[in-house]
Ligand binder design. Structure first.
Ligand code: SF4
Length: 213
């Protein structure tokens, strides 16, 4: 076990934690010195706790979640996400959106940067707690960081480029891997291909709704 894995195990959440308690815990979290002064992006703005789909993205953006308090909102990635989400037939108010890392990572020039592995490790218990609380039957990952975070909670063996847009059983739910809606990821998987992925997600949601109604 690496020291980062040990970090993730040390901070196991309580079995009986409520969402409000988790929000308080995250707001008070100071595990990452690099996140000093950043907003902890978890609260009512993430979405309804009884959502059918729980999206897990990478980390809040400087001009997005860190500014608005709502993941994937207002910045370029957020605007792309809302357009893609519309392809699924789902509205923003129907889904819960969170990040593998709940604070905005920045480089020395103040620009967004990918979260480091140690930051991902420290935030993993918060992600595990959200998965325990928000029992959405579909968990959709947005990008490789989110997919890897879930693999550390319970291995799923998914390779994003091979299995994008296809549901895989995972922890009694369906795990649905998608690309991140960032401009950079659109260079790897173009917008129209991503729209097809979201349409497939919409069809999955319809079948899950029919199965549970
Ligand atoms: S990134 Fe996660 S673990 Fe690190 S300070 Fe923010 S909430 Fe805490």
């Amino acid at each position: 076990m690496t020291s980062d894995d040990q970090l993730a195990v040390q901070a196991e959440p309580d079995d009986e934690i409520t969402f409000c308690r988790l929000v308080e815990r995250v707001a008070a979290c100071r595990l990452c010195p690099s996140m000093e002064g950043r907003r902890r992006v978890l609260g009512p703005g993430n979405g309804p706790l009884d959502a059918l789909v729980l999206f897990v993205a990478e980390a809040p953006g400087r001009l997005g979640g860190d500014r608005t308090g709502v993941p994937l909102s207002r910045d370029r990635s957020g605007l792309n996400f809302e357009r893609l989400l519309a392809s699924s037939g789902l509205g923003r108010a129907e889904v819960f959106v969170t990040n593998a890392v709940l604070c905005n990572p920045r480089d020395a020039q103040g620009r967004n940067r990918p979260p480091r592995f140690d930051e991902q490790s420290r935030c993993l218990p918060h992600l595990r707690a959200q998965l325990d609380l928000i029992r959405a039957p579909i968990v959709a990952t947005l990008g490789a960081v989110a997919l890897r975070a879930l693999d550390r909670i319970e291995p799923h063996g998914i390779i994003l480029r091979q299995q994008v847009g296809r549901a895989v059983p995972w922890r009694g739910r369906l795990l649905f891997p998608l690309y991140h809606p960032s401009e950079q990821a659109l260079l790897t998987r173009a917008f129209d291909r991503q729209q097809q992925d979201y349409r497939a997600l919409g069809e999955l949601v319809l079948s899950v709704r029919a199965a549970i109604s």
